[in-house]
Design a protein around this ligand. Structure first.
Ligand code: UDP
Length: 359
């Protein structure tokens, strides 16, 4: 059996890496095709996990459109499929890379396995184009690896046969295990921030830019002052975010503003914080692996498992609601709460399932 793993962006590498590595450990014939949809971030993550792609489609161009990415991948991937003739092609998540490669494999009658199947916002245009990508990838996939029961329910509601769906957890938990073993996060943290107790804050989402972001920052500032605690904030590169952050909290000595940090440093900050306030999607999935509570500074989340498990609270985006959610977060005990995204054995489950069906 030959397995082809696809990556193109940072989150794909994070979630594919542990699965690919597990397949190699089990002496499977497996290789990676990198589309390089996001050249720099993808390469950085491949280095972190020490993965070398056998093929690099190098599709990224200046000012690329979604159509450019789809067209380049669909022109370049078939040649590789013809040379390698993999038995199964694995894609992850909801990127244009995952969509294009899944479609190509479908055309070539190579069964597709979708890691992180079944996530839905139920709004075709939000997130765009990811919600459409998810639906199309799931429609053409033979093996749907859903991270949670909720994701499985979404697929069943769409009429996908139950025997194609396997609930396996989210491989991000496996990835974080690898990183914790490989890096001394404590040492990295002590080089990065000068204090022991802090709140970790990240803000970048488009719908929060403007008045909402000012309100969130004001709620955090109020909590920090009352509880005499620092706030570590890696400031997103988006100029609009930077302007709001600098105008609202640069003069506040409780805020420790930094440039965005590399992934391992970010995880070191996550591991050491008291709790997190964020509007990010990825951070919501990562925090439970470090036993950290998340105040989600948004009105909705496509990861309701975080809230239902007790690992997070949906705080909205007003000063008062964020402040109150932080007060509640400061009193939460998480010792006996189970990580809703898995136990770090997702890679092994995927391997067992594919081995058993493809023998
Ligand atoms: N992250 C990082 N450095 C930072 C801030 C975030 O490496 O300074 C990571 C974080 O761990 C998460 C990802 O970037 O995996 C989230 O990116 P972002 O919040 O920009 O996007 P989203 O998750 O909402 O798509």
């Amino acid at each position: 059996m030959k397995f082809c793993f696809i990556v193109g962006t940072r989150p794909e590498v994070i979630k594919v890496a542990p699965v690919y590595k597990f397949f190699l450990q089990m002496n499977e014939e497996a290789f990676v095709v990198a589309t390089a949809q996001h050249r720099e971030m993808m390469d950085m993550m491949l280095n972190v996990f020490e993965i070398k792609a056998r093929y690099d489609l190098n599709v990224m161009t200046h000012d690329q459109t979604l159509d450019d990415v789809v067209a380049s991948i669909m022109q370049r991937l078939p040649k590789i499929l013809q040379i390698e003739r993999p038995d199964i092609l694995l894609v992850q998540g909801d990127t244009t890379t995952a969509l294009s490669c899944a479609l190509c494999a479908f055309h070539w009658k190579i069964p597709v396995a979708h890691i992180e199947a079944g996530l839905r916002s139920h709004d075709l245009y939000d997130p765009f184009p990811e919600e459409m990508n998810r639906r199309v990838i799931d429609a053409v996939s033979e093996y749907l690896f859903a991270p949670t029961n909720k994701a499985k329910e979404n697929l069943i509601k769409e009429g996908i046969e139950e025997n194609r769906i396997h609930v396996v957890g989210n491989s991000v938990v496996d990835a974080l295990k690898i990183i914790k073993e490989k890096f001394d996060l404590h040492e990295i943290r002590s080089r990065t921030v000068p204090f022991e107790r802090y709140i970790l804050l990240t803000l970048h989402r488009r719908e929060n830019i403007g008045e909402r972001m000012i309100s969130i920052l004001s709620g955090v500032a109020r909590f920090a002052m009352e509880h005499d605690v620092h706030v570590v904030l890696p400031v997103h590169k988006n100029p609009k975010v930077r302007q709001i952050v600098f105008e609202t909290v640069r003069a506040n000595h409780r805020f420790f503003l930094m440039e965005p940090v590399d992934y391992v440093t970010f995880l070191a900050l996550l591991e050491g914080c008291w709790f997190v306030v964020t509007d990010s999607g990825g951070v919501q999935e990562e925090a439970p692996s470090f036993g950290k509570f998340v105040v989600v500074a948004r009105r909705t989340t496509e990861r309701p498992e975080l809230i239902e498990s007790g690992f997070g609270a949906l705080a909205g985006a007003s000063e008062e609601s964020v402040y109150r959610a932080m007060v509640s977060a400061s009193e939460v005990e998480l010792d006996s709460v189970e990580n809703p995204f898995g136990d770090g054995k997702t890679s092994e489950r995927i391997w067992r399932i594919l081995r058993s069906v493809t023998r």
